[in-house]
Ligand binder design. Structure first.
Ligand SMILES: Cc1cc2nc3c(=O)[nH]c(=O)nc-3n(C[C@H](O)[C@H](O)[C@H](O)COP(=O)(O)O)c2cc1C
Length: 365
C-alpha cells in the first residue's frame, strides 16, 4: 500500500488517507454565510477523495474578515448554512475541518480581481486592528493597536466561534496563526512593537496565540483534533524564524495541539520567498522531528509520487494540496491511479472507476 493512502488517526478521528485540502478563500459568502457555491466547491473536493477538507479562513468577527466575502462564524445565523456543507463532506467519507481566523491589519481588502490593498470605508471597508499601528505595506490602512480589552475580545471571539463550529458539526479545528494575519502579526517582531505583556520577548509575542489556543481547546472536545497553522519563517531578516516556530510548536503540543500545519511568509509584501516544488516541506520536517509534534506539509505539492514520498520519509503526517486540487477536484483519485493503489470511489461513479476500485464507505448514511 502507498503511504499516501494509509489511514491516519488523531484523537477520536480517523482520516481515510493523508491528503488534505488546505483552507482557501473563495470570496463567495455574503455576510459570512455559506451558500450553494460552498456546497458545490467543497462537496466536489470531498467526493474527489481528499481525506480532510479544511474550509477557508472563517472570520471570528466581522472586522477580522480578509475581504467582505469571507465565511464567518461570528453569529449563530451562520451555523445552519455551513452545517449543510459539513454534513455533505462527512457523507462522502471525508473529515470537515474549519480554519478560524482574524485578519488583523490585513483585513478589509479587495477581493482579488476587484482591486488591491484596503477598501476605503465609504466603499465597504472597515477600520482594522493589529498589535501596533504599523501597516502591511503601501495601499494598506494603518491598524489601530489593540488595547487589553480588545485583546480579550479577540480571545472570546475565537472561543465563541469554536463553539459554533462544533454546533455546525465540524470534526477538526485549525487556528490560523500564519500568513501575516492577526496572530502572526503578534508573533513577529516586525509587526509587533508593543511594550506590554503581548510584545517584546518570545514569551510575550506568543502570548496571544497561546491564549487563543487554550481558549479554543477548552470548548473543542478532547476527542477532536486541533491544528495550528504557522508561518515557519517571515523570509525577512529579523523576522519570525524557524527556530521560534519549533519552540512555539513544542509549547503548543503541551497545550493540546495535535498538528502544526507548516506554511510560511505573508507578513510583509517584500519578503524573499524561495519558491519551488515542496518549498515548505523542509519546515514541516524540522518542526515534526525537533518539536515532536505531527505536521502537515503544504506548498507546491502537485505530484502523487512527491506526496507519497513526504509521508513515506516521515517528513510530515499529512500533505495539503491546494491549487492542484482547485485545478482537479479528483486529484486524490488520480493520485491513487498513479501510485497503483486501489481507491475508494463514490459509489455512483463506480462504473467509471478503474478495476479494483471499491465503493467509498460513506459515513452518515
Ligand atoms: C485562492 C487561495 C486562497 C487561499 N486562502 C487561504 C486561507 O483562507 N487560509 C490559509 O491559511 N491559506 C490560504 N491559502 C494558502 C493555501 O492554503 C496554501 O497554503 C497555498 O496555496 C500553498 O499550497 P499550494 O501550493 O498547494 O497551493 C490560499 C491559497 C489560494 C490559492
Amino acid at each position: 500500500m502507498s503511504h499516501l493512502f494509509s489511514p491516519y488517526t488523531l484523537r477520536g478521528i480517523t482520516f481515510p488517507n493523508r491528503i488534505a485540502v488546505p483552507p482557501m478563500c473563495t470570496y463567495s459568502a455574503e455576510d459570512g454565510m455559506a451558500n450553494d457555491w460552498h456546497l458545490a466547491h467543497l462537496g466536489s473536493r470531498a467526493s474527489g477523495g481528499a481525506g480532510l477538507i479544511i474550509t477557508e479562513a472563517t472570520a471570528v468577527t466581522p472586522i477580522g474578515r480578509i475581504s467582505p466575502n469571507d465565511l464567518g462564524l461570528w453569529s449563530d445565523e451562520q451555523i445552519t448554512p455551513i452545517a449543510r456543507v459539513v454534513r455533505f463532506i462527512h457523507q462522502q467519507g471525508s473529515v470537515a475541518g474549519v480554519q478560524l481566523a482574524h485578519a488583523g491589519r490585513k483585513g478589509a481588502t479587495w477581493v482579488p480581481g476587484n482591486g488591491s490593498g484596503s477598501i476605503p470605508i465609504d466603499q465597504g471597508g472597515w477600520p482594522v486592528v493589529g498589535p501596533s499601528a504599523l501597516s502591511f505595506g503601501p495601499g494598506y490602512d494603518t491598524p489601530s493597536a489593540l488595547d487589553e480589552t480588545g485583546i480579550q475580545q479577540v480571545i472570546a471571539d475565537f472561543s465563541a466561534s469554536a463553539q459554533r463550529a462544533l454546533t455546525a458539526g465540524y470534526r477538526l479545528m485549525e487556528v490560523h496563526a500564519a500568513h501575516g494575519y492577526l496572530l502572526h502579526q503578534f508573533l513577529s517582531p516586525l509587526s509587533n512593537q508593543r511594550t506590554d505583556a503581548y510584545g517584546g520577548s518570545f514569551e510575550n509575542r506568543t502570548r496571544l496565540t497561546r491564549e487563543v489556543v487554550a481558549a479554543v481547546r477548552q470548548v473543542w472536545p478532547q476527542d477532536l483534533p486541533l491544528f495550528v497553522r504557522l508561518s515557519a519563517t517571515d523570509w525577512v531578516e529579523g523576522g519570525w524564524s524557524l527556530e521560534e516556530t519549533i519552540a512555539l510548536a513544542k509549547i503548543l503540543r503541551g497545550e493540546g495541539v495535535d498538528l502544526i500545519d507548516t506554511s510560511s511568509g505573508g507578513l510583509l509584501p517584500n519578503a524573499n520567498m524561495v519558491l519551488g516544488p515542496g518549498y515548505q516541506t523542509g519546515f514541516a520536517n524540522r518542526v515534526r522531528n525537533e518539536a515532536g509534534i505531527a505536521t502537515g506539509a503544504v506548498g507546491l505539492i502537485t505530484a502523487a509520487a512527491q506526496a507519497d514520498h513526504i509521508i513515506r520519509t516521515q517528513q510530515a503526517d499529512l500533505v495539503l494540496v491546494g491549487r492542484e486540487i482547485l485545478r482537479d477536484p479528483y486529484w486524490p483519485l488520480h493520485a491513487a491511479q498513479a501510485l497503483g493503489q486501489a481507491a475508494a470511489w463514490p459509489s455512483p461513479y463506480l462504473r467509471a472507476a478503474p478495476s479494483g476500485s471499491v465503493p467509498r464507505n460513506r459515513c452518515g448514511q
